[in-house]
Design a protein around this ligand. Structure first.
Ligand code: ZN
Length: 669
């Protein structure tokens, strides 16, 4: 596809407004050395560009825009609305958010606004309009970046009023609300809309972070995601009213729980996101999150932020080791990025991000390891020109990711508190990652027909229409893999009666009678027909086959001999049901069978410890080959003879790759 960019954007957040003018010219010279061609500006400048209610001052921003435009930068123009100016909070305290404990916050921090404050909305929209008017003629502004990392939560009276409006729109009658939330339970019946209050620690979520009514709590999540999205749309529409062809985004945060990013992506021209793995985050998790961000629109995305080395807000902010930032950047491109941008270009002098890594460190020169590594990457990316831009990742496997499921599953009271949605999805993703099988992360309303295999781990909430969609996929020859805690509830978190896994029961060919929760120190064993045994833990479904073939059974406890893994033929396809959390080797065995029988394979035939991910243009396949392991890895034979895009050298079988080494090998199509 056509990329949205003319070159790989390489740069990041730049805040010259925090520095005296004499620093600016020096920065521009250093950035040129690093092959930086893009800057994200005006992210937190509301107080400066609107110093009072009726006054705008773009003097300094004009100078910054001119400076960058003169050097032909791709400018990413943010709208500055993620931190309120002090004058606004003083005059309109209701613009600040109210927390989970019901306390209205005072001036301070960021991401601190109430999305349902009409005052906030008015001033944010007006600011976006003023910025768009001011810079509409500037051809160097490539992207409009609304707000920043939308997040936070609010439980104020404004939000409560608006929640009732949202509910009226969704349910029409109070009886329908009572029905959806099953309020006969504990006699929580509502007689009138104004009896509904926000679910926080003062109401339904009064016990240890759990909720008494997952229906209410899940609806509040949906409402809140919509409220934030409404703020985004107000600003986006303000920009587009002045600049109709503006490319508009906001930076997302991977598997962040608060917002339904699939719904958001429909309103964004391009997805962008901020990648901040911790020192111990598995590389497969980072890869999965990139795939999720690509999957939001099924298109290449922007990496809006990563640190050149260190973070400041994690528990242990390790340095990126020599070569790590470069390898991590190539992994990002491998999974679909068309930009590499940093937070930030010059390290802050004060404030909580003074220890956050930057291209230019506090020493203020270009003579640092981090600068040299940045410059090397910049030089390499510049040399590729447009070759990788707009190229696509192709997958036979889809894994369903769904924010409604994320929320509802983690709101459930029982059967275990250790069930974490993202970890369960990753458990399955990791198998495909280790085999270098390309995966798309897909929404429940995605096009399933593109895939041979769809994995739907812990598909707890099966909403209206999903049963039919999944059945159609399997009937047409698809393979569906699903697990324990699937098919349990409908979109309002009410149980699908008539036996688990509810709407999936017929196609899976099993009936789950009971669900046992295992404490961390407990486990069971699963035995396959050839006698091979694997550990399992967390949850164990006690189930009866209803036509499904039993692939493995439990070995111990009173349910020894009952099925633990089954496979059912349904139409032209198959449904695998994995009734417990299997250790990785056991899960691999099931997934090997499921993928082999429909000829799903890795991007190369050989097994390897290297990560190999492909992007394709019309005429070239690019193999991104990366070593994220601690051991040297030999280049597999099937990649020999291909030319490395980075060095121009021809790869040879057995070429040794050290940790963090990268090759981009090209194959004509
Ligand atoms: Zn609010």
């Amino acid at each position: 596809m056509q990329s949205k960019f003319k070159r790989i954007l390489f740069g990041g957040d730049y805040n010259p407004n925090q520095w005296p003018k004499e620093v600016w010219a020096q920065d521009m010279a250093y950035f040129k050395d690093a092959h930086i061609n893009s800057a994200t500006i005006n992210v937190f400048s509301w107080a400066k560009i609107q110093p009072s209610e009726n006054e705008y001052d773009f003097t300094e921003l004009d100078e910054i825009v001119d400076m960058l435009s003169n050097e032909n930068y791709d400018i990413v123009m943010a709208t500055s609305t993620a931190a309120l100016p002090a004058w606004m909070v003083k005059k309109y305290p209701e613009t600040m958010s109210t927390d989970y404990e019901g306390r209205r916050h005072k001036f301070g921090a960021r991401h601190n606004f109430c999305p349902n404050s009409l005052v906030y909305q008015k001033y944010a929209k007006t600011l976006a309009t003023e910025l768009a008017k001011r810079y509409s003629g500037n051809k160097n502004i490539s992207v409009w970046h609304i707000n920043n990392e939308y997040g936070g939560y609010c439980y104020c009276d404004n939000c409560q009023k608006q929640f009732r409006v949202w509910l009226k729109d969704k349910y029409k009658t109070i009886d329908a609300v009572n029905d959806a939330w099953n309020t006969e339970f504990w006699g929580h019946t509502f007689y009138d809309w104004d009896e509904i209050v926000v679910p926080n620690e003062l109401s339904e979520e009064a016990w240890d972070g759990m909720t008494s009514f997952a229906g209410i709590s899940t609806d509040y999540r949906r409402f809140y995601s919509d409220s934030m999205l409404n703020c985004y749309k107000l600003e986006r529409d303000a920009v587009k009213a002045i600049i109709p062809d503006a490319l508009v985004t906001t930076n997302l945060m991977g598997t962040f729980k608060g917002l339904d990013y699939f719904k958001w992506a429909k309103e964004m021209d391009i997805v962008s996101w901020d990648n901040y793995p911790a020192y111990d985050t598995p590389w497969s998790m980072v890869a999965m999150t990139h795939d999720l961000m690509r999957g939001l629109k099924d298109e290449p995305f922007m990496l809006m932020e990563q640190t050149p080395s260190q973070q400041n807000w994690q528990h242990y902010n390790s340095l990126k080791r020599p070569g790590q930032m470069r390898a991590q950047s190539y992994q990002t491109i491998a999974h679909g990025a068309d930009t590499i941008q940093f937070f930030q270009l010059r390290r802050s002098k004060g404030g909580c991000e003074k220890f956050h890594g930057a291209v230019i460190a506090h020493v203020g020169t270009n003579d640092t390891r981090v600068f040299r590594e940045t410059a090397q990457l910049g030089r390499e990316l510049e040399s590729f020109g447009t070759r990788t831009l707009g190229t696509r990742n192709k997958s036979d496997v889809g894994i369903i990711f769904d924010w409604d499921n994320y929320w509802a599953l983690e709101y459930t009271s029982g059967p275990t508190r250790d069930l974490k949605y993202v970890d369960q999805i990753h458990h399955y993703y990791e198998y495909f990652y280790n085999k270098n099988i390309s995966v798309d992360m897909i929404p429940v309303d995605g096009d399933f027909s593109k895939y041979k295999v769809i994995a739907a781990p812990v598909l707890y909430m099966v909403k209206e229409g999903m049963k039919e969609k999944l059945e159609q996929f399997v009937k047409n020859g698809g393979t569906l893999i699903t697990t324990f805690m699937s098919g349990i509830v409908d979109q309002s978190d009410n149980v699908h009666l008539g036996g688990y896994p509810g709407p999936l029961r017929e196609m899976a060919g099993v009936w789950v009678e009971e669900i046992d929760a295992l404490a961390p120190e407990q486990s069971n064993t699963v035995s396959f027909s050839d006698g091979k045994e694997y550990k399992c833990n967390l949850l164990c479904d006690l189930m009866h086959p209803e036509g499904a073939e039993v692939l493995a059974t439990y070995e111990s406890d009173f349910y020894a001999g009952m099925p633990a893994v089954t496979k059912n033929s349904y139409g032209k396809g198959h449904v695998y049901y994995v009734a417990t959390q299997l250790e990785a080797a056991g899960l691999a065995r099931v997934l090997d069978e499921a993928t082999d029988e429909v000829s799903v394979s890795g991007v190369i035939a050989e097994e390897t410890g290297l990560e190999i991910t492909c992007r394709e243009s019309e005429n070239t396949r690019f193999y991104f080959v990366m070593n994220f392991t601690d051991e040297k890895q030999a280049l597999p034979a099937s990649l020999a003879g291909k030319v490395d895009l980075i060095t121009g050298e021809t790869a040879k079988e057995g070429d040794m790759m050290n940790k963090w080494d990268v090759k981009i090998l090209q194959e004509a199509l």
